[in-house]
Structures are given as structure tokens and as C-alpha cells.
Design a protein around this ligand. Structure first.
Ligand code: SIN
Length: 428
């Protein structure tokens, strides 16, 4: 689809907003719960498209339950003849621009909140992964969500025009984007012309720190889950792994032993543990990060190259002694590359961890409760995992600081889709 279909979709969403915004919160709750139930019922089919169905559906359940709790407030007035009331109202038509790494969950995380709030939406799924989006919308139709409330614009090769229109069109009142930081900055500029509210979840460069008092076995398991989830293709994957010098050798060898047992291949094979990268460019980027780090003195412990045969498969890789100026420490790899670096002191590692313009997630392992508080507070990120490598859930405020984004999704993220209106009752 192109520009004219995008405008048509925005107009349809605007027309539907007139009635959808007037439905009761209970009606929206019930429809979202039906939508959720259909996703669960069709788990097998949806999981053949993308294996994140349970995570994706959980956002619909969460926001169905949030719909009925969009409370306003009554604020005591300093004037005896006035009463102050605050109400929440849906913001309007919302543009939803999503990435290929979670083709379903990044849509429900935004769409669930938008629909629960009483907004209508135009979704632009990525051109690499449109099918899960189309399947979701089919189920929304079957759940009884009225025509025009959800619209989809699929693209191929004309992403820039469509993306720009979704941010600049004055009918659209909010833009929600998940993707890279450079694209986020461009869309933010487009949206600024009409002062749109914007939610951005952009890139990360997550530090993963293992202190000398950590449970090493647990830290290895956490690193495996955090680094190799989706073959390393998530914004919250560990990108820089800092390990205290006293446990460095043991951590590296235990990690390598586990990674050597991974089975990379076809996701439909029962024994497969890890799948491919999204495309050839992704493979080239991981290779570039490996070669760059090795040229700067890093040691190759495991993997290090693409796998033979068809498809964009890269061997799960471990590099040791990676220097701070290596590309992998400067920008997110978005691939199965675990880059290990040795450190000596808490102060030194916090400085290293924060030495980046982005701040989405950070992780560390320590059994010392004082250190846990100190480090959790010192990390310049929006989300911290202490003694865990798995933080993602529908109920948490997902989002970053610095150049990792604006606003929070999940949790109380319905607020991002509502305007706050103050009404003074005077002349009492
Ligand atoms: C992302 O990579 O953008 C989202 C990751 C998550 O929800 O865990």
C-alpha cells in the first residue's frame, strides 16, 4: 500500500473514533477479552507464524483489565465556591509503527492500550513480517471490534512515505513507535510539526554485570536467556557482558559449554533451540562486530561465523577480552554475539555500563543487598534485572531513558493514550 491507502486508513480511523470513543470501558473490556480468548484458541496457528503468541496475547488481557480503571480525580479547591474534577479522555487516532523482531507482541502492546483507552488505530507492520499483524486483525474482526477501529497499512519499499504521513497527518493525535534510534529521531521530527504525543521504544546497548559475589550458575543461565533470546534480536538483549576478574575464567568456560549445546536451525524441528537472523544484512552486521572486536585484540571463544547452508544463520558466538572501543560495545549487535569484558571494581563497571548514549535495560548478578540497591539506582536505564536475565512481562513499565525512548508501555501505559482534562465547577 502507499500514501493514498494510508490517508484512507487514517480517515477510516477518524470516522470510527466518533463511535468507538463513546463506547463504555466495560464494552471495550469485553471486546478485548474476546480478542484475547481468540488468540489463545488459535495458539497453534498463530505460533506457526511467530512463536511469541502467549506474550503477545498477555497485552490484550492486561489492557482489557486496565480499560475499566482509567480513573479521574477530584482535587480539593482553595476556593469555597469551586470544585475541581479531572477526567481522562481517549486521545484520538493513533499511528502504530512496529518492528520485525516481535511481529505480534509489539502490536498488541500498543494496540491493546489504544483500544482500551477508546482510541482507534492505523498500524504499519514492518515489511519483513506483515502476516502476524494481518492474522491478529482477522481475530479482532471475529471478536466483534467494529470496522474502522483497527486499520493496517502494509508496505514494501515505500516505508518512508507511509511512515512520514502517519506522523505528519494532522488527524493523527499520537504516534507509538518501536524500532531503531535513528528512525525514532526522524519520526519524532515529523510528529513535532503538529505537536503529537509520541511514545518511543528505541535501541538499547544493555550491560550485563556479574559481580564476584554472584551465584555463577544462575548468572550463566541469566546470560544465556538474556543474550540469546530471539537469537539476540531484542532491544533488551545483553550486549556488553562485564564479569569480575576473580570469576571471569569460570564464567566464560561455563557459558561456552552451554552455548556449544545450542542447536541452531529450523524452528519447526523439536530439537532446535535457536533460529535464524532476520536477513542477510543482520548476518553481515554480526560478522562485522566479531571481526572488529578480534582486530582490536578480543579472543574468539566460540562460533564467530555464519553457518553453512541456506538461510541467514549465524553461529552463537562468545568473544572474551573485548575492549571498550570495539563496535560491539558502542552499538547494539542485534545478534547472537556474547562479548565478555573483565572488570575489577564496582565503580569502574558502573562507569563502563553508563558510557553510552542509550539506556533501555541493564542486568546484574550479586547476592549483596547493599550492592543490589546501589547498582540498580546507579545504572542509567529504564529497566533493571537484578539476578535475572528475563524482565519482559505485560505488567511492567517497559521503556528507556536517554536516547532509548520516551514514555512507557505495558503496565500503566494506557495513560499514554489518554488526555487529562480538568473541569472547574464554579459558582457553587
Ligand atoms: C523489543 O525488543 O523491542 C521488545 C523486547 C521485549 O518486549 O522483551
Amino acid at each position: 500500500m502507499g500514501l493514498s491507502e494510508t490517508k484512507e486508513a487514517i480517515d477510516a480511523a477518524s470516522k470510527a473514533f466518533k463511535t468507538w470513543s463513546r463506547t463504555t470501558a466495560k464494552e471495550r473490556h469485553d471486546l478485548l477479552m474476546k480478542f484475547y480468548a481468540l488468540m489463545k484458541e488459535h495458539d497453534d496457528d498463530l505460533s506457526r507464524l511467530i512463536g511469541e503468541n502467549a506474550y503477545s496475547a498477555s497485552f490484550l488481557e492486561w489492557f482489557a483489565e486496565e480499560a475499566v480503571r482509567t480513573y479521574g480525580e477530584v482535587i480539593p479547591s482553595p476556593f469555597s465556591n469551586t470544585r475541581n474534577v479531572v477526567i481522562k479522555q481517549p486521545i484520538g487516532v493513533v499511528s502504530i509503527l512496529t518492528p520485525w523482531n516481535f511481529p505480534s507482541a509489539m502490536i498488541t502492546r500498543k494496540l491493546g492500550a489504544a483500544l482500551a483507552a477508546g482510541c482507534t488505530a492505523v498500524i504499519k507492520p514492518p515489511s519483513e513480517t506483515p502476516f502476524s499483524c494481518l492474522a491478529l486483525v482477522e481475530l479482532a474482526n471475529r471478536a466483534g471490534i467494529p470496522p474502522g477501529v483497527i486499520n493496517v497499512v502494509t508496505t514494501h519499499g515505500n516505508i518512508a512515505d507511509v511512515g512520514r504521513e502517519l506522523c505528519e497527518n494532522p488527524i493523527v493525535k499520537k504516534v507509538s513507535f518501536t524500532g531503531s534510534t535513528p528512525v525514532a529521531k526522524m519520526l519524532y521530527k515529523y510528529a513535532a510539526g503538529t505537536m503529537k504525543k509520541m511514545s518511543i521504544e528505541a535501541g538499547g546497548n544493555a550491560p550485563f554485570i556479574v559481580f564476584d559475589d554472584a551465584d555463577i550458575g544462575a548468572a550463566v543461565e541469566g546470560a544465556l536467556a538474556c543474550k540469546f533470546r530471539g537469537s539476540g534480536q531484542t532491544c533488551v538483549c545483553a550486549n556488553r557482558i562485564y564479569v569480575h576478574s576473580s570469576i571471569y575464567a569460570e564464567f566464560a568456560s561455563r557459558l561456552a559449554e552451554k552455548v556449544a549445546a545450542f542447536k541452531v536451525g529450523d524452528g519447526f524441528e523439536k530439537s532446535t533451540t535457536h533460529g535464524p537472523l532476520i536477513h542477510e544484512r543482520a548476518v553481515e552486521k554480526v560478522q562485522k562486530h566479531v571481526d572488529d572486536a578480534v582486530s582490536r585484540g578480543a579472543q574468539l571463544v566460540h562460533g564467530g561465523k555464519r553457518l553453512d547452508g541456506a538461510g541467514s544463520f549465524f553461529a552463537p558466538t562468545i568473544l572474551a577480552d573485548v575492549p571498550a572501543d570495539a563496535l560491539v560495545c558502542q552499538e547494539e549487535t542485534f545478534g547472537p554475539l556474547a562479548a565478555l569484558t573483565k572488570f575489577e571494581t564496582e565503580e569502574e563497571v558502573i562507569k563502563l555500563a553508563n558510557d553510552t548514549p542509550v539506556g533501555l535495560a541493564g542486568y546484574f548478578y550479586s547476592r549483596d543487598v547493599g550492592r543490589v540497591w546501589r547498582v540498580a539506582e546507579a545504572l542509567e536505564v529504564g529497566m533493571v534485572g537484578t539476578n535475572t536475565g528475563a524482565i519482559s512481562q505485560a505488567v511492567i513499565p517497559f521503556g528507556g531513558v536517554k536516547e532509548s525512548g520516551l514514555g512507557r508501555e505495558g503496565s500503566h501505559g494506557i495513560e499514554e493514550y489518554m488526555n487529562t482534562k480538568y473541569i472547574a465547577f464554579g459558582g457553587l
